[in-house]
Design a protein around this ligand. Structure first.
Ligand code: ADP
Ligand code: MG
Length: 313
């Protein structure tokens, strides 16, 4: 079986006055049909860069410097911008992000803006289609005639999700889709994403810095640190038996009902403009060994169906 999305060795760099910021390095990631895959890591670890790379939305001063992004086997990075725009972006793969809800134009109704997306792509933008899309995200059809400022943050984010679903994409990349929302609304949006998968069979890449938020929603999980994937596995294994000391720290810094105490990970992420040969987590790692400071560990199979980049395994 070919994966719906397969990312191989993807590299994204930003040219800055400080040098080349290696925000995504040698990323391997795949998403199967109907799978909800999580991507987690602290702020600055390269999650949005990876998402934008997958969507071919990296703008200056950034660029993709290597690797492949295959969608149903086709390397979309090798397509012309025109072919990619016409055949993939928004139609087969769509994206929502934290600020999406502010992406509506204030002077047009929500319905008019959804209709425009449909019509630009040559689809029928009638009232029924718009109403169905709004119903899919559990919004009342009357929302279509409202202006963005008349909606709550949660309603706007749902309306944006409805718009992103307008062309029936197979993949939805959701980058911190609920970060600006209150806790109850966050949970509702998570449930909505789960329902979209069940009812439409859509695949979702769900990106967050908040592991607790996605624990119920994701089938499989990637953990990113300093521009690289350091752990991957079924979410049950990663949540019950995290392997990488970074993942362990990340989970320990997530407040739970049992323990309200938050233990952060001491230290800081390395400067991504200053590449190192060693394990980039070694300066913060409680289990650091000599080898960790000399050589970077590759991803290796560990138990629980996981892969981890750590010399302990
Ligand atoms: N437009 C940009 N120009 C320069 N550096 C950037 C740009 N966007 C992101 N970066 C850098 O890339 C790294 C990863 O950022 P980002 O992908 O936004 O991480 P995350 O989404 O995990 O918080 C950070 O060091 C950030 O400063
Ligand atoms: Mg981000």
């Amino acid at each position: 079986m070919t994966a719906l999305l397969e990312v191989k060795g993807l590299k994204v760099h930003y040219s800055t006055p400080r040098g080349e910021v290696r925000a995504a390095e040698d990323i391997d990631l795949h998403i199967d049909k109907g799978e909800i895959v999580g991507l987690a890591g602290e702020s600055g670890s390269g999650k949005s860069t990876l998402a934008l790379g997958v969507m071919r939305l990296i703008g200056k001063p950034g660029r993709i410097t290597g690797g492949e992004v295959r969608f149903e086997g086709t390397d979309i990075l090798s397509l012309s911008e025109k072919d990619y725009r016409e055949q993939y972006r928004w139609s087969r793969m769509a994206m929502v992000f934290q600020g999406s809800m502010n992406g509506f134009t204030p002077v047009f109704t929500i319905g008019a803006q959804i209709r425009e997306v449909l019509e630009i792509h040559g689809r029928e933008g009638g009232e029924t289609t718009v109403r169905k899309l709004l119903e899919t995200v559990e919004l009342d059809a009357s929302i279509a005639s409202r202006y963005p400022h008349e909606l709550s943050g949660g309603q706007k984010q749902r309306a944006f999700i409805a718009m992103s679903l307008a062309l029936n994409p197979q993949l939805l990349v959701a980058d911190e889709p609920t970060t600006a929302l209150d806790v109850i609304t966050q949970a509702n949006v998570m449930n909505l994403l789960k329902r979209l998968r069940t009812e439409m069979g859509i695949s979702i890449l769900l990106i967050t810095h908040d592991l607790a938020l996605i624990s119920e929603a994701v089938d499989r999980l990637y953990i990113m640190y300093a521009g690289r994937v350091v752990e991957e596995g079924p979410s049950v294994s990663v949540f019950s038996g995290p392997k990488h000391p970074y993942t362990q720290g990340l989970l320990a810094s997530t407040p739970t009902l049992q323990s309200r105490q938050i233990r952060g990970i001491p230290g800081f992420m390395p400067d991504l403009a200053d590449p190192v040969e060693m394990c980039s987590f070694s300066p913060r790692c409680p289990f650091v060994m000599d080898v960790c400071r000399k050589e970077r560990p590759e991803m290796r199979r560990a138990d629980g169906g996981e892969e981890v980049a750590c010399w302990l395994y």
